[in-house]
Write a protein that binds this ligand. Structure first.
Ligand code: UD1
Ligand code: CA
Length: 452
């Protein structure tokens, strides 16, 4: 039977106190909605339907690569109303799974288990026991051990005894489209929030003699936590980070202070990698084998290849670093750099939109921007590629085996030919022949016995 998934993401998210839609807040560097979409995709559904609010155009822009049906819930009248905007577009004979976009840690294996659980039930609800159930709908079972729930009571409607129940509604519901449609059409908004609660379908089903089966998730408790406010967002972030640390430690990554290493995106790590404290990975990051990431570094959308060391206090962004390189300490590799093997970028060196071939070194206090640098080049201390004339950026090309003396400026556009030696303190403005020595500085004068 074909599976349709509905993801509810239209809520106002008032408790977040933010102009950003709640589901666009990030956990582990990805929006909560994206987390849920990625999990949904793993179930191979026939359709994925996302219900959003008037910020639909803004939200859609972030998901152009997904095959989704978008629905605009014009007024946020509750979760039942949100589901109602989608159901008429689905095939009545097929199955529907409801997910909430504010539950970002969802585990697809649990969802698979849930979908296959008690196939004879008319509807199923995924439940979880929480130490602090505040804010969640409580599950009322006729008799504790019975595999049938009679209703779900929302926090705002619950009496004191019901509030003591720890079994909570995760929001995840499964049934046939036709069954859910019949139940939802009877949901009323006669409650304290004047909202149409999806959870009311459970008591309506019972009144009709239909069975609603609960699956209580025990081991996956953390994956079912909902995010309604910034405290829960922070808590969810911590769980996400803990899970990632655990995953990489189990895989054999050495972390000297795992609690201070953060994974905000999709990170892939090779074997025998060592990561010191206070390190942040952002976006898509790939670390090869035997890589060392020293303390206080940030690596964003980059590849760090085998046996390369990123020394303390360095930042690498949108770049590819080859094998056996040494970066830092205090280095900044800005976007669009490609470094071949055995390149050395030392302290207080900034590199931007540059390609650097193998065995080249720039070890101290240097700016290399919009440049192409060959093999075996030595860039002395304090060298600057002057790439910007105030209007446009220009290119510096330094060919193989060039020696750039310390404190030199290369005024771009410029080509420094192969084997050229630039004397320290030179301001290079013109191209030259290969293997030349270029000295471009004023000659020292000496006035003897000078009186100040
Ligand atoms: C909801 C459930 C509660 C459950 C909890 C689990 C209801 C009435 N309550 O409560 O039983 O324990 O989730 O986390 O369903 N949304 C819309 N349109 C609306 C209202 C909400 O699309 O008009 C979306 C929200 O964006 C969110 C989801 O539905 O993704 C849940 O809404 P929320 O307001 O967070 O419900 P809770 O109070 O958490
Ligand atoms: Ca919620």
């Amino acid at each position: 039977m074909s599976l349709n998934i509905i993801i509810l993401a239209a809520g106002n998210g008032k408790r977040m106190h933010s102009s950003l839609p709640k589901v666009m807040h990030k956990v582990g560097g990805k929006t909560m909605l994206e987390h849920v979409l990625l999990t949904a995709q793993k179930l191979n559904p026939k359709t994925v339907n996302v219900v959003v609010n008037s910020k639909i155009e803004f939200i859609k822009k972030s998901f152009l690569n997904y095959d989704l049906n978008w629905h605009n819930q014009l007024e946020q009248k509750g979760t039942a109303d949100a589901v109602k905007t989608v159901l008429p577009h689905l095939n009545k004979e097929e199955d529907v799974l409801i997910l909430y976009a504010d539950t970002p840690l969802l585990d697809f294996k649990l969802l698979e288990k849930f979908i296959n659980y008690m196939p004879k039930a008319d509807a199923k609800v995924l439940t979880v026991e929480l130490d602090d159930p505040f804010g969640y709908g409580r599950i009322i079972r006729e008799q504790a051990e019975e595999e049938i729930i009679s209703k779900i009571v929302e926090e705002t409607e619950a009496d004191e005894t019901q509030k003591d129940i720890n079994e909570c509604n995760t929001g995840i519901i499964f049934s046939k489209v036709e069954v859910l449609q019949g139940l939802i059409s009877e949901v009323k908004n006669n409650n304290s929030k004047k909202e149409f609660y999806l959870t009311d379908v459970v008591s309506i089903a019972n009144n009709k003699g239909l069975t609603v089966a609960p699956l209580l998730a025990v081991d996956e408790r953390n994956s079912l936590l909902g995010v309604n406010d910034k405290c829960q967002l922070e808590n969810t972030e911590q769980i996400f980070q803990k899970n990632n640390r655990q995953k990489f430690l189990t895989q054999g990554v050495t972390m000297l202070d795992a609690g201070s290493i953060y994974f905000r995106g999709d990170v892939e790590i090779g074997s025998d990698v060592e990561i010191d404290g206070n390190v942040i990975f952002e976006g898509v990051v790939k670390l090869g084998n035997n890589v060392k990431i020293r303390a206080n570094t940030i690596i964003k959308n980059s590849v760090i290849s085998n046996a390369t060391e990123i020394k303390p206090y360095s930042i690498v962004e949108d770049s590819i670093i080859g094998n056996n390189c040494s970066i830092g300490p205090f280095a900044r590799i800005r976007p669009n750099c490609t470094l071949e093997e055995n390149v050395g970028i030392g302290n207080f060196v900034e590199v931007k939109a540059s390609s650097i071939k193998k065995n080249t070194k720039a070890n101290h206090l240097t700016y290399l921007g919009d440049s192409e640098i060959g093999e075996n080049v030595n860039v002395g201390a304090g060298v600057i590629t002057c790439n910007y004339d105030g209007v446009e950026k220009h290119k510096t090309i330094i060919k193989d085996n060039v020696f750039v003396g310390s404190d030199s400026q290369l005024i771009a556009p410029i080509i420094v030919e192969e084997g050229v030696t630039i004397a320290a303190g030179s301001t290079i403005t013109d191209n030259s022949d290969k293997d030349s020595l270029l000295i471009a500085r004023s000659r020292q004068q000496e006035k003897k016995n000078w009186k100040r």
